[in-house]
Design a protein around this ligand. Structure first.
Ligand SMILES: Nc1ncnc2c1ncn2[C@@H]1O[C@H](COP(=O)(O)OP(=O)(O)OP(=O)(O)O)[C@@H](O)[C@H]1O
Length: 616
């Protein structure tokens, strides 16, 4: 990992990144922003100078009388001051409006980049990577109040003109005394940089404990979301949960509070510098006025210039928002770059009909990101195209991991997986996935319409109602769907008006219909991970009869603990510790008398005892 940046540069880098993004949002609006920044700074200064000169011109104009050239000069100065005041106000309104507009679009741009970045990798391992999750959490806080990038733009909008005005006032003071003017000219940037560095340090404490905050937020979400609500109430967990959440939250907030104070060194340094400079300037001006070294008018201009200095808010909320709001911006861009860099361009193309011959796992190893032990080790497995394969094995044997590799959700850490001889690592994963239909054990229950829940298997065919019914019929859910208030358009969630929830078995049939819909759309490889776990024995048997017809000719991979399902497959492999330990048809494995035969006999005996009950 790159060494952490000096916070001084980190603040500057984040602010510069924001500034560099502005033209990408809109060049004309950035030009307008720049112009109004200069005008908002210059016009009050012009007014200050005109006022000073006017004060100086009034005694002469009064003495010379109206109509005199001196009076005309005074009127001109008055008009110029008034115009500068008016235009300054207008420029400032325009400036704030453009800033708000740019700020809103900056957040939109970052949200888009974030979503695109997270959606880009074809696998899902990045969603389990601590560093990505930390960045994601930070980036997701784009909507949180105090670190919103939109605030950075508002901060920039307020500070840039004030900074220019202070710089202009310093230049004015150079005419009085070069050294005093130069001292002010250097002091402001130094104060600004010191304060921004400190704000950045303060802001970072809010992010530092990102993983811990994720844990805290997880506890909160457990308490307030519907999915875990059943268990939390049944087990009486709410008190424990809220207590733990309270403790964690308080701990973390106390830590943040301790680290979210401005450094006394910076504060004392800034105040001492300003005090010394102001005192020196005021004393020098008083002396010059009293000794007549400067005219009355010039003295007025210099005094106004000195007060203008303090319109620069180097140390208020606006200044803090500039660095706090800028902080997440490079992080979102870094996430985008990181996830972009992870992808490699495909170098091989699969023939349209592939897999026609076989899918092969060739000495495949796999360990989950961050895990120290592989779940699959030296796996060799050939799956003949057009046949059905059942994978069995005890819990944690690596069955789901194997099909996740086949679906390209993770990449093998060793060896390769091929389809008709082509390494899947070289193939465009999207093109490979159009040939796959997969139903995972923890399939998703989309809180969307029945149509969406089924059509997600092939979204481009969502409007084809006949095809949707064709996928529903073998699953025995047509009557159920027709009985719902809005049929296929019923939302499957009781959290929405007119919506409804389903039983576990009904949800599983919907998910199976989704897998079938993908097959109807042209998928050639069907992966079913515990497809009938929520179905009763009779329903499962009926379903399989149907499925065998529908899936004839497809390459089907079924993971199941139910041997009534497994025995129907053309071939069965027993997985243990990520390796194939038995391989053959049902009769072959029974004849072998190994683990499969033992487990089958055990389940068959148990089933024989409970079957009358289950078939009631
Ligand atoms: N996302 C993950 N990150 C880290 N380890 C994981 C992850 N998913 C699974 N594992 C681990 O990988 C091993 C194999 O899990 P896998 O889900 O492949 O087993 P399985 O054979 O399908 O088990 P089951 O029959 O219980 O579904 C387990 O030890 C599990 O703890």
């Amino acid at each position: 990992m790159a060494p952490p940046l000096n916070p001084r540069f980190e603040a500057a880098r984040a602010i510069l990144t924001v500034v560099r993004l502005l033209p990408r949002i809109s060049r004309p609006r950035t030009a307008l922003f720049t112009a109004t920044t200069v005008l908002t700074a210059a016009l009050p200064l012009a007014m200050t100078i005109a006022t000073g000169l006017l004060i100086g011109a009034v005694p002469a104009a009064a003495a010379a009388g109206t109509g005199s050239p001196e009076a005309r000069t005074a009127y001109l100065l008055l008009a110029a001051g008034a115009a500068a005041l008016l235009l300054g106000r207008l420029a400032s309104h325009l400036h704030n409006a453009v800033a708000a507009n740019l700020g809103r679009d900056l957040e939109l741009l970052l949200q888009d980049r974030l979503l695109a970045a997270v959606a880009r990798p074809v696998g899902i391992s990045h969603l389990e990577d601590d560093e990505v999750l930390a960045l994601l959490r930070i980036a997701r806080q784009l909507g949180a109040d105090f670190i919103r990038p939109e605030r950075a733009i508002r901060g920039l909008a307020a500070i840039a003109p004030e900074f220019l005005a202070a710089a202009g006032a310093s230049v004015v003071l150079c005419f009085f005394n070069l050294w005093i003017g130069l001292a002010w000219l250097l002091a402001w940037p130094a104060i600004f940089i010191a304060m921004q560095a400190d704000y950045t340090r303060v802001g970072k404490t809010a992010y530092l404990r990102s993983t811990e905050m994720r844990e805290t937020e997880y506890l909160r979400d457990l308490a307030i979301t519907a999915e875990p609500a059943k268990e939390i109430r049944v087990w009486g967990l709410m008190g424990w949960l809220l207590d733990r959440y309270d403790r964690q939250w308080t701990d973390r907030m106390e830590y943040s509070a301790r680290h979210q104070r401005l450094s006394p060194r910076t504060a004392v340094g800034v105040i001492a510098t300003l005090l010394a400079l102001t005192t020196a300037t005021a004393l020098a001006l008083a002396d010059a006025g009293l000794t007549g070294a400067v005219t009355f008018a010039a003295l007025a201009v210099y005094l106004v210039a000195l007060t203008t200095m303090f319109s620069f808010s180097a140390f208020d909320d606006t200044a803090a928002f500039l660095s706090l709001g800028s902080l997440p911006v490079p992080k979102v861009l870094a996430l985008d770059d990181r996830l972009t860099g992870a992808e490699t361009a495909p170098t091989a193309e699969l023939p349209a009909a592939a897999p026609e011959h076989a899918i092969r796992f060739e000495h495949v190893d796999f360990a989950y990101p961050g895990a120290d032990r592989p779940v699959i080790e030296g796996l060799d497995l050939e799956i003949e195209a057009g046949t059905s394969l059942a994978i069995v094995g005890h819990n944690g044997a690596g069955k789901t991991s194997l099909v996740k590799l086949l679906a390209g959700l993770y990449e093998p850490t060793g060896g390769r997986i091929t389809a008709d001889g082509t390494d899947l690592a070289d193939v465009d994963p999207a093109a490979w996935r159009t040939r796959l239909s997969a139903l995972f054990q923890d399939f998703t229950r989309y809180q969307l319409t029945v149509r969406d829940n089924i059509a997600f298997g092939a979204p481009h065919l969502a409007a084809d109602t006949d095809l949707i019914w064709k996928a529903c019929e073998p699953m025995g859910i047509r009557a159920l769907i027709e009985s719902l208030p809005k049929g296929l358009e019923t939302v499957l969630s009781s959290e929405y008006g007119g919506g409804t929830d389903l039983s576990g078995g009904q949800w599983q049939r919907i998910a199976l219909a989704r897998a079938l819909f993908a097959v109807q759309a042209g998928a050639k490889v069907l992966i079913l991970d515990e497809p009938a776990a929520a179905l009763d024995v009779r329903a499962e048997a009926e379903l399989y009869e149907q499925f065998l017809d529908i899936t004839a000719g497809l390459t089907t991979i079924v993971i199941s603990h139910r041997f009534s399902t497994v025995r129907r497959a053309d071939r069965i492999v027993v997985l243990d510790g990520g390796r194939v330990v038995e391989d053959g048809s049902h009769p072959e494995l029974m004849a072998l008398g190994g683990r499969y035969a033992e487990a089958f006999t055990l389940q068959a005996n148990r089933l024989a005892r409970t079957a009358p009950l289950e078939s009631e």
